[in-house]
Design a protein around this ligand. Structure first.
Ligand code: GAL
Length: 654
């Protein structure tokens, strides 16, 4: 199978989404001049070009694209060619309303925006296959082509009639017999028993709470339908170019796709990352997505989109201060990216995203944004030969599973304040701040490569996943589990005792009497730290050690239990306490931080033989790094220490 290396060939891909159809032809020549000036070696063409390529049903307008493919190739710029299928032309909705998705409350999602396609529509799929086929036939042999980009950020839902029929087919396949479905969905509750497959609907808006297992299966179905759309187009382009990699770009920690499954269907895993420049945890948000994408890719991955400056979809859209674009781009490289790309090349003058930055902003060539992009392009070219293909070794895995997230995110839960991504983020943050390199893994993955496995929260677990965790712990692994883990099975059926019995035994929990979720701003005292968000009334069985709650209703009961190398944390410790806890657990398991005594703002990552140091602070800092090193960015030598300026980065070779 081809991989990212087939497109990078030792370079770091640098460029972005290029939407030349928004510009007159003379601008294309100006674009290419500036691209070369900035060291751009790759652009993604055609993401939103469907109405230009197929202005009326069955018509083909390839001339403009021929010109661009040639122009880019003549100037040494490779093309990641997109199938345009995420934004069908207006004629499709007009002539074929069956291609339009319907929301849960029956509203049609009309054309005039984007992503207005129904994943289940046979008509949509037919048109999508046809344009994909013709693109692949025409450009499969073009020398500019380096990779295929299928669709864009698959993220739609459909509750309409054709989707309903597809949902029923999917359910029949999964359950075989209606009785099995009735049992799995617990339809005895609220008189929901089905006597016919035809009675089953997507979880459209009901009077009151929805059946949670129906919702859970619908999320699985939606992920699978979108994956079918991806795979259909992927298979078409693969017939023409079996030697070229195929990708589709994920949204960061997006709930709509089971990205573990999706990643296994891609040659290259790519993602779009847009932390808020004002967010004090922006760098950690980025690191989390980077770690997750690398883990899905099991090697180098592609940063398909980021913003060179502000986005336009937050309430207040802040620009990136000088140096931040470079810092966050190099952070992605440190954490395994072999491609650093943007949405988009040239900032639009019209349309819904005209106030979203581009590599060339409205200020043009003289603008700070382009000047910084240009500097970054030169630096990436400089470090690429030593960086690309380099691996990152992590001894810690954080477990993450979309199905557990979907099951936990239902209405009717104990606390709507407990949001899965927040809990996941809090645990990753603790590891990130402790400078402990971390992978993500699925709960059924092989965990034996890891010394420590951290489960922030996996509300629903399969028996197989529980077997896996128990085997890992039995074989000497250190397992740290947060609350609301192992509560339900894969049908969202609560396990006897409110938490899986074998897991309770593992941690030394005898009885889990009640959950005590906390209000906003409420904390719970524990011996040595404060807990937030959640607490539990646990009667201990035979733990080796406990840290008790202090005061209040839970006084003296265990907040943290440890049995052997298995830890259970029944609250969310405040950030510093969680960091200290995980740092201690890691140290006991023999896992060291990347560097000792790092200043708080500095992130350190080892990739291959290189050490990346990233200063997320606005003040210069001195970092102790024993030994002699050369900074590949500057060519300068350093012995035992070096100073990083505001948002400064060093890429050290020893
Ligand atoms: C992404 C999308 C791009 C652009 C960008 C703006 O989600 O793929 O097309 O809309 O966001 O930040």
């Amino acid at each position: 199978m081809p991989n990212l290396h087939d497109a990078t060939r030792g370079r770091i891909l640098f460029g972005g989404d290029y939407n030349p159809e928004q510009w007159p032809e003379e601008t294309w020549h100006e674009d290419v001049r500036l691209m070369k000036d900035a060291g751009v070696n790759s652009v993604t063409l055609g993401v939103f070009s469907w109405s230009k390529l197929e202005p009326e049903p069955g018509a083909r307008e390839f001339g403009w694209l021929d010109t661009l493919m040639d122009l880019l190739h003549d100037n040494g710029i490779g093309v990641v060619l997109a199938t345009p299928t995420s934004s069908p032309p207006p004629w499709m909705g007009r002539l074929h309303p069956d291609t339009l998705p319907v929301t849960e409350d029956g509203r049609t999602e009309w054309w005039g925006g984007r992503q207005h396609f129904s994943h289940s529509s046979a008509t949509y799929r037919r048109y999508a296959a046809a344009i994909t086929e013709d693109l692949a036939a025409r450009y499969g042999g073009h020398p500019a082509l380096t990779m295929w980009h299928i669709n864009n950020e698959y993220c739609s839902f459909d509750f309409g009639d054709e989707a309903a029929a597809a949902f029923r087919r999917w359910l029949r396949e999964k359950y075989g017999a209606l009785d099995t479905l009735n049992t799995a969905w617990g339809t005895a509750f609220w008189s929901q028993g089905y006597d016919s497959w035809d009675g089953i609907l997507p979880p459209r808006t009901p009077h009151y709470l929805k059946n949670p297992t129906q919702v859970l299966d619908f999320r699985r179905f939606t992920s699978d339908m979108l994956l079918e759309c991806f795979a259909a187009e992927r298979d078409i382009v693969r017939r023409y170019t079996p030697h070229l990699p195929v990708t589709t770009n994920f949204m960061p920690l997006w709930s709509g796709q089971d990205a573990w499954r999706w990643a296994a269907e891609e040659d290259v895993v790519s993602v779009d990352i847009y932390p808020d420049p004002r967010d004090p945890l922006g760098a950690q948000n980025g690191a989390l997505v980077q770690d997750m994408t690398r883990s899905q890719a099991r090697g180098p991955w592609m940063l398909m989109e980021q913003a060179a400056g502000p986005v336009n979809w937050r309430g207040v859209n802040h620009p990136k201060p000088r140096g931040l674009n470079r810092l966050w781009s190099l952070q992605a490289v440190a954490r395994g990216a072999d491609a650093v790309c943007y949405f988009q090349w040239r900032q639009s003058r019209q349309g819904a995203e005209k106030f979203h930055s581009g590599m060339v902003s409205h200020a043009g060539e003289e603008g700070r944004t382009f000047q910084e992009v240009k500097q970054l392009g030169a630096e990436l070219a400089r470090i690429a030969p030593r960086v690309t293909g380099g691996r990152i070794t992590a001894n810690i895995a954080v477990l993450h599973d979309w199905h557990a997230w979907w099951a936990a995110a239902q209405d009717g839960r104990p606390s709507t304040r407990v949001e899965y991504p927040d809990v996941l983020g809090a645990w990753h943050r603790a590891l990130w701040e402790a400078n402990l390199t971390t992978d993500f893994a699925h709960p059924e993955h092989d965990l034996t490569p890891y010394s420590v496995v951290v489960v922030p929260q996996l509300y629903a677990l399969t028996d197989r996943a529980i077997d896996n965790l128990l085997a890992y712990a039995r074989d000497g692994g250190t397992l740290v589990c947060g609350f609301l883990t192992g509560v339900a099975d894969e049908d969202d059926r609560v396990r006897p005792g409110g938490m899986d019995a074998r897991l309770r035994e593992l941690f030394g929990i005898r009885t889990l009497h009640e959950w005590w979720p906390l209000d906003a701003g409420e904390t719970v005292e524990c011996d040595g730290f404060r807990g937030t968000l959640w607490s539990e009334e646990i009667e201990a069985g035979r733990p080796d050690r406990t840290v008790p709650y202090k005061g209040g209703e839970l006084d003296g009961l265990p907040a943290v239990l440890r049995r052997g190398r298995a830890w259970y944390v029944s609250t969310l410790p405040e950030p510093e306490a969680l960091r200290e806890l995980l740092a201690r657990v890691a140290a006991d398991a023999g896992v060291r931080p990347v560097l000792d005594a790092l200043p708080a703002e500095v992130e350190a990552v080892r990739r291959g033989e290189l050490l990346f140091l990233l200063n997320h602070g606005r003040e210069p800092v001195t970092v102790e790094v024993p030994g002699s090193h050369t900074d590949l960015l500057t060519g300068e030598g350093h012995t035992d220490r070096l100073t990083l300026g505001r948002y400064g980065v060093a890429v050290l070779a020893s």
